[in-house]
Design a protein around this ligand. Structure first.
Ligand SMILES: [Zn+2]
Length: 410
């Protein structure tokens, strides 16, 4: 997202070149802080004098701050002064609308969450979105400097019209086919503040590049696969979120792996989603318990977290249930690897807490079924964004704008 899309760029004027270099330097500070002017020049290839001028502007506008002097080199060289991103420059509000509850958070300019609130949804979209607006207002009434809040990023479910904030299909909410989230929320908020919308799995991919473990290494081509009650994905191509012609890109959950498998909500059978969701793993565990004459073991409400705890304690049925899910996940990744050729695939969701069990199985499937040129190239890693990567992405959707070039069509 922070990458400049050259296809959208007009002729570079003196002003746009200046903007681009300023953004380049600001991104260097964000990604490598604390950093000296000399190191910025080295990493960007800009002249030292150009870097100095830009840094002066960034200091004046309070995008960055300079800390005390670094230690002098033993050879008696000049002391380096280090630059940091100013976390108080701006703030963002992020909203994550999930099937059962919504979470609202405020973050500083570095993406650090300062406060968060979580409330159960009701079955009525109007009521729920009014509750979202109340939570946002509650956060704005704290000591957050309201005039420095750059906007509200909203993470939605299913097919999302990102301009209007319409949810065109979100089966898991049961709110019908076309919910005008944007206009309901705008009316309920009645604030002069921009709102931005996108699908949650897509925002999780943005957050991985923006705030996650990959932020400093900047993979250009990344897929985020989120395993929860369903399987969603976000695709980053050449550093840009890929939406597809109707914002539907990334529905890998509906790749059918077994045409005689269980039916899926999409109408097909044996989709990755029905074979690898948390519910599928739990059902598989129950079946294994029954098959081994231990039906009592799986009685009651077994959650995915509980199943993972049992696996970690050595329960062979829990381990086998997770291994079989990992096998389906591995098979589901094959078309993703061949069609997109990502450098990094990030897996999110509770199941990634069982990484020692699922990762070897995923790798085993890929080693056996994918050309070694492709399988050895791709890094597969668990998300490091905590329990709510979509919320982190909603915040990144607001903040990333300050680090990209608006005059270049962003
Ligand atoms: Zn399906």
């Amino acid at each position: 997202m922070k990458k400049i899309n050259l296809h959208k760029a007009g002729r570079a004027t003196h002003q746009t070149l200046r903007d681009m270099n300023e953004i380049l330097v600001l991104n260097q500070v964000r990604e490598r802080q604390p950093i000296s002017r000399i190191d910025i020049a080295e990493h960007t290839g800009l002249e030292g004098s150009t870097v100095s001028k830009i840094v002066t502007r960034l200091l004046e506008n309070e995008f960055v701050y300079e800390d005390g002097l670094g230690s002098a080199s033993p050879q008696g060289g000049r002391k380096k002064r280090f630059l940091h991103l100013n976390p108080e420059k701006a703030y963002a509000i992020g909203v994550d609308l999930s099937p059962r509850r919504h979470t609202v958070a405020a973050s500083d300019f570095s993406g650090r969450i300062l406060r968060r609130l979580s409330v159960e949804n009701t079955s009525d979209p109007q009521q729920t979105l009014e509750a979202v607006a109340r939570s946002v207002k509650k956060l704005l009434q704290t000591d957050l400097p309201k005039d420095r809040v750059n906007g509200i990023g909203v993470s939605l479910i299913g097919l999302v019209d990102t301009k209007e904030g319409r949810m065109l299909a979100a089966d898991s909410l049961g709110w019908g086919d076309d919910v005008l989230v944007g206009s309901i929320l705008r009316n309920a908020l009645n604030l002069d503040m921009p709102l931005y919308f996108d699908n949650g799995s897509r925002l999780a991919a943005l957050a991985e590049i923006w705030l996650g473990a990959h932020a400093s290494r900047q993979p250009q081509d990344l897929v985020f696969l989120e395993i929860t009650d369903g399987v969603g994905a976000g695709i980053m191509i050449q550093g840009q979120l890929y939406h597809g012609s109707m914002n539907g890109a990334g529905e890998f959950g509906h790749i059918s792996l077994d045409q005689s498998g269980p039916p899926c909500s999409c109408g097909a059978r044996g989709c990755l989603e029905v074979l690898a969701s948390d519910q599928a793993t739990i059902s598989r565990y129950r079946e294994l318990c029954r098959a081994e004459g231990r039906p009592d073991e799986a009685e009651g409400a077994v959650t995915i977290e509980e199943l993972i705890t049992r696996a970690a304690a050595g329960n062979p049925r829990a381990i086998e249930a997770l291994r079989q899910t990992a096998n389906y996940l591995g098979r589901g990744l094959i078309p993703i690897i061949y069609s997109i050729n990502p450098g990094v695939i990030v897996l999110g969701g509770a199941i990634t807490k069982a990484w020692e069990i699922i990762y070897p199985e995923i790798r085993r499937v890929l080693a056996a079924q994918v050309s070694r040129f492709f399988s050895s190239h791709v890094t597969i890693t668990p998300s490091t964004l905590g329990d709510n990567p979509s919320l982190a992405g909603a915040i990144a959707l607001v903040l990333a704008r300050a680090f990209s070039a608006p005059s270049l069509g962003w």
